[in-house]
Design a protein around this ligand. Structure first.
Ligand code: SF4
Length: 354
């Protein structure tokens, strides 16, 4: 069982990195495609086999990476849809690495093209994936295809190649075998397994209009997401039309990040979450979800995520009594003193204190 520790807001504020304003940027999601082999019931991007790579060209993505580097980004995350389906993924990963930026590829790990394993094994790259259960049948019901075995095999292959890998276990139902799924990953040696709840965005909204309760409160704070059509939003979850703050096919990322629409939305989000009545705890916006924590470490403000409700899945990252200098919350994309592609800065490796 995860121990739910309550914090005062003041304590949590002290642990927060300073709020970022103006043109500072630390982390960018690059949503390469809306195409995916799967069709998960909860997919916030509403991805699936009929999705497309959108209107961003490879040159557009290269330009955006360069602009992100100029804004001080320490890590980019390639996501989708399924980013492994995008033909330029390898080129883009290598380009980001060559600019000195750490890379995370968030994939369903159903299929990894052979040539990509060499690139994914490069220093500065880590993988992330979603996980739901140890039961192949339950997995197939959630993702729409019987792919449990393939994903497990690729998790094991990544482990054997020494590629850092974290998993986000997503809780969709009370009777889901999520605890068993987490234990299964731990048995395979995946030490970083976070837990997230269903987000009320995309298919996860189940027909309802998305609203701020799906968010964690840290959107736009040193991070933005770029969608397959070039739209920019405060994060991958805050993606509905009203949250779009520009388009990198028509504007530079630099101008968008410094522009009025993003500043206004950041302020609105701050106002909303500063007056939120949600209890403060590991599950609230000021708790586990810090800007240093790539998704799905960010948790939504949903009732199932509140401290007064038992949180049934062990999460070693939350239970660890002492923090090492190399764990994600300290040495992550939001941490400027960590060298982005230094091997000592990867979560699984010992890290001498900077
Ligand atoms: S694997 Fe990811 S992108 Fe694909 S349908 Fe599932 S949640 Fe969406």
């Amino acid at each position: 069982m995860t121990t739910v520790q309550r914090h005062t807001k003041a304590e949590d504020d002290q642990q927060q990195p300073p709020a970022l304003h103006g043109a500072a940027l630390e982390f960018v999601w690059l949503e390469l495609t809306g195409k995916c082999q799967l069709q998960c019931t909860q997919c916030y991007a509403e991805s699936g086999p009929s999705g497309t790579h959108g209107t961003m060209s490879d040159e557009d993505w290269i330009r955006v990476i360069d602009q992100a580097v100029g804004l001080g980004v320490g890590m980019v995350q390639f996501i989708g849809g399924e980013p492994m389906l995008h033909p330029a993924l390898g080129t883009l990963v290598e380009h980001a690495l060559d600019q000195g930026v750490a890379v995370e590829v968030y994939s369903n790990l159903v299929h990894v093209p052979k040539h990509l394993w060499t690139i994914l094994s490069r220093e500065g790259v880590q993988l992330a994936t979603s996980w739901y259960t140890d039961d192949p049948g339950e997995h197939a019901q959630i993702v729409g295809r019987p792919t449990h075995r393939q994903t497990l095999a690729n998790i094991q292959l990544a482990q054997s190649l020494g590629i850092p890998l974290r998993a986000g276990a997503i809780r969709l139902a009370n009777d889901q075998r999520i605890e068993h799924g987490v234990n299964q990953l731990h048995t395979l040696g995946v030490s970083q397994v976070g837990v997230d709840d269903l987000r009320g965005v995309g298919r996860g909204a189940i027909g309802a209009e998305p609203d701020l309760s799906a968010l964690c409160g840290q959107c736009a704070n040193g991070r933005v997401a770029i969608l397959p059509d070039g739209s920019v939003s405060p994060c991958v979850f805050s993606r509905w039309d009203q949250m779009h703050v520009g388009n990198v096919r028509r504007q530079s990322l630099t101008d968008i990040v410094a522009g009025t629409p993003l500043t206004t939305i950041r302020q609105e989000l701050q106002n909303h979450f500063n007056t939120s009545t949600a209890p403060v705890g590991v599950c609230d916006p000021n708790g586990a979800c810090r800007p240093n924590t790539p998704p799905p470490g960010c948790r939504p403000q949903v009732p199932s995520c509140l401290p007064d409700r038992p949180h049934p899945v062990a999460d070693p990252a939350e239970q660890a009594p002492a923090r090492s200098a190399c764990e994600p919350g300290i040495c992550g994309p939001g941490t400027r003193h960590c060298k982005p592609v230094a091997p000592t800065c990867l979560p699984d490796k010992p890290h001498p204190v900077n």
